[in-house]
Design a protein around this ligand. Structure first.
Ligand code: CA
Length: 237
């Protein structure tokens, strides 16, 4: 399986960036296809099976937000959004488009390739886990009124169900399974997002923590579950 050439769809209207990406991906052993506008990108993403999609936001015909949303309705192909500005990441996370990752332009090709690799690996691990025998995930974690039902992927607090994104759920589960342990943002990027070393954007952790907190806590500024250990990291207790 690992030797099979992974194929990546590049959706990018700037030809020089698209070609630079294509060149580096093929050097790293990936196959690729390029779409130069949103409509073409969406069509290719839906008609063919890619292992990952690199998606620009500012695109002619259909913007990256819409392309991402429409792909997600039908497919779970990992999507890395490539955005021009750092500030856009908060907006993108806020929209909850269902993208798996974000990279800010200008990016280092080394970082991008690391992200591509870890997102493809994570997606294939999820497929393996989905096939795992029942019983593996019949765990229910209770922390006072917070209940995480791993079999149903369901979280309730004070008897009410909380709707979490996939990443918020994974983060909560990781912290809950290690109750009381303080995790640095680097550790969370490695252990929850699957990044090796410092390739992830620590801002992603902070934003996901704050979204999780706003869903979990009555008063986010006085948390009862999800705590910040000053200059150390985060923990759940
Ligand atoms: Ca663009």
């Amino acid at each position: 399986m690992d030797n099979e050439k992974k194929k990546i769809l590049i959706v990018e209207d700037e030809k020089n960036i698209a070609q630079m990406l294509a060149f580096n991906l093929s050097q790293a052993g990936y196959g690729f296809d390029i779409a130069y506008d949103g409509e073409e990108g969406l069509k290719k993403a839906l008609e063919q099976d890619f292992d990952l999609i690199l998606l620009d936001i500012m695109l002619p015909k259909l913007d990256g937000f819409e392309v991402c949303r429409r792909i997600r309705v039908k497919k779970s192909t990992p999507i890395i959004i490539v955005t021009a500005r750092e500030e856009e990441i908060d907006k993108i996370l806020g929209l909850d488009l269902g993208a798996d990752d974000y990279v800010t332009k200008p990016f280092s090709i080394k970082v991008l390739l690391a992200r591509v690799k870890s997102n493809i690996r994570r997606a294939s691990n999820e497929l393996v886990n989905a096939d795992a025998a029942p019983g593996d995930d019949q765990e229910v974690i209770r922390i006072r009124e917070l209940v995480i039902d791993c079999e149903r992927y369901q979280v309730t607090n004070r008897g009410e169900q909380i709707i979490l994104t996939k990443k918020e759920y994974e983060l909560l589960l990781h912290l809950a399974r290690n109750k009381g342990k303080v995790f640095s943002r680097e550790q969370l990027l490695e252990e929850v997002w699957g990044y090796e070393g410092f390739y992830g954007d620590q801002n992603t952790v902070d934003v996901t923590i704050s979204r999780l907190r706003s869903k979990l806590e009555i008063d986010s500024s006085r948390p009862e579950y999800l705590f910040t250990k000053r200059s150390m990291g985060y923990y759940l207790k």
